[in-house]
Design a binder for this molecule. Structure first.
Ligand code: TYD
Ligand code: MG
Length: 457
């Protein structure tokens, strides 16, 4: 038998090298290379011509497709929504998130909810013993649910067990980093192990029709293979996010072969588990009593759902010659620099001698460019100490030229604002405004917007 080949695989990007090195030349990550034994495979072409020996692939007609099997609805509406309307039988879903954020809690609640609907659910944990999961279930008030629990880490044992009974509707693997395949010598959690185990479980999902949910930890230092390598393999990727210190958790869909992405489900972590939050706008508008400068309500859209959220800015003058700080929570730092630069270049507002702090209330992360105008409004309001008014929402995208561009879902944003009692909206000039009951002020460019905020016009 040929000697097993050793290679060094980057745990961050999956590239492999013949020698160890401190930095991965492919992705630039440091200390991310781990020794792995290459699987012994004979190249296909060395043995035979490509046209001989293969089995015939069954080709079917696209037009002749049958109706897909119905989705599995758990009844936890925020969970079903993030999945694009429930679980698809035979699909593989990856749920990523920091340790301790609540992935196991969420999946146990979802598993119990499905079991209550008379679906068979198997929950395999590689991290906790069955007794520990039972304790959690008691705490969540789910001890009567007919979920089959297993505590295992060997892929061979798991697949053997599953193949001895009819396939479940849903299979939870918590987490993929703890599962190992005994064909490989690398430790559980390495790229090779994670990839092989996931492949095998996805194959099981497709063959049996079970919906497989894989939990994946994300670590900052890249010691354990992040679920990045898995993202290409699975049908849907959800991230469970939240700020430490906040009780709110957001289940965000970043890839979905069966539905829209950017859809979010909102939960609150309470002492009896995760509670659905069906009206997130009310939640992200922190207790606002009177209008203060630097606080602006952004009318955003997450997936298909409007979400109103408060943007807070603080601008403080510094006297020392040091570079002033810019700190941002919940938004992109690069985009903040851009908004500051445009305010300076197009409207003559100087932030150079000021520290700037920006915060999105409630622990939400916003990635929509439509927030530009709300951020600009918060910054201008903080700099000039002019409150924007209590009853006002803002949205719009900004160009480097200082032009304000219309954004999608205008009518939806305005409708939500009116529903929550807002009376005014500062928006881009746009054709489809809907017919919500709010007074509109429309702007073409940033300087007229700033003039109107500061009362120059
Ligand atoms: P867990 O689901 O174990 O996180 P993960 O699987 O993502 O690592 O959640 C752990 C945290 O959730 C822990 O810090 C305690 C908290 N928690 C509650 O606040 N309430 C609850 O009812 C439960 C079960 C957990
Ligand atoms: Mg867990």
């Amino acid at each position: 038998m040929a000697k097993a080949q050793i290679r060094y695989v980057c745990q961050a990007c999956g590239d492999s090298f013949s020698k160890w090195q401190g930095q991965c030349t492919a992705c630039g990550g440091w200390n991310s290379l781990i020794e792995e034994v290459a699987a012994n495979v004979t190249p296909f072409s060395a043995k035979q011509r490509a046209s001989s020996g293969g089995a015939r692939v069954h080709l079917s007609d696209l037009r002749n497709s049958q109706a897909p099997p119905p989705r599995l609805i758990t009844g936890i509406a925020e969970f079903d929504r993030a999945l694009g309307g429930g679980l698809v039988p035979g699909s593989a879903v990856l749920i990523g998130g920091d340790p301790g954020i609540g992935k196991s809690t969420l999946l146990l609640q979802a598993a119990a909810a499905l079991a209550r609907r008379d679906e068979r659910v198997v929950y395999i944990s590689g991290e906790e013993a069955a007794d520990q999961i039972r304790l959690r279930a008691v705490r969540l008030g789910l001890q009567d649910s007919a979920v089959s629990l297993g505590s295992a880490t060997s892929l061979r044992d798991i697949i053997t067990t599953l193949e001895q009974s009819p396939p479940p509707s849903m299979l939870v693997i918590d987490s993929i980093q703890t599962i190992y395949a005994d064909q490989l010598e690398s430790a559980p959690g390495t790229v090779a192990q994670v990839r092989l185990c996931a492949q095998e479980l996805i194959r099981y999902a497709k063959a049996s029709g079970a919906a497989v949910m894989l939990v994946g930890h994300v670590t900052k230092d890249g010691q354990i293979a992040g679920p990045r390598v898995l993202e290409h393999m699975v049908d849907a990727v959800l991230y469970f996010e939240g700020e430490r210190g906040h009780a709110f958790r957001i289940l965000r869909s970043v890839k979905n072969r069966f539905g829209g992405t950017d859809e979010i489900g909102v939960f609150e972590m309470a002492d009896k588990g995760l509670i659905e939050v069906s009206n997130p706008s009310a939640l992200f508008l922190s207790a606002r009593e009177k209008a203060v400068s630097g606080s602006v309500v952004f009318a955003g859209v997450e997936g298909t759902r409007p979400v109103l959220v408060e943007v807070q800015a603080l601008v403080a003058r510094v006297n020392s010659g040091a570079t002033p700080r810019r700190a941002v929570v919940g938004w992109d730092g690069g985009r903040l620099a851009m908004v500051l630069a445009v305010l300076e270049a197009r409207c003559g507002l100087g932030f150079g001698a000021h520290e700037v702090y920006l915060n999105i209330a409630g622990g939400l992360r916003i990635s929509e460019p439509a927030a530009d105008l709300a951020i600009a409004a918060a910054l201008v309001s903080a700099l000039t100490d002019t409150p924007l008014g209590h009853d006002c929402v803002v949205f719009g995208e900004m160009a480097l030229s200082g032009q304000i561009r219309p954004v999608g879902h205008t009518a939806l944003r305005l409708k939500e604002a009116s529903k929550l009692g807002f009376e005014r909206a500062l928006v881009p000039v746009s054709a489809n405004l809907g017919n919500a009951d709010v007074t509109l002020a429309q702007f073409k460019d940033l300087s007229s917007f700033v003039d109107s905020l500061t009362g120059k016009r």
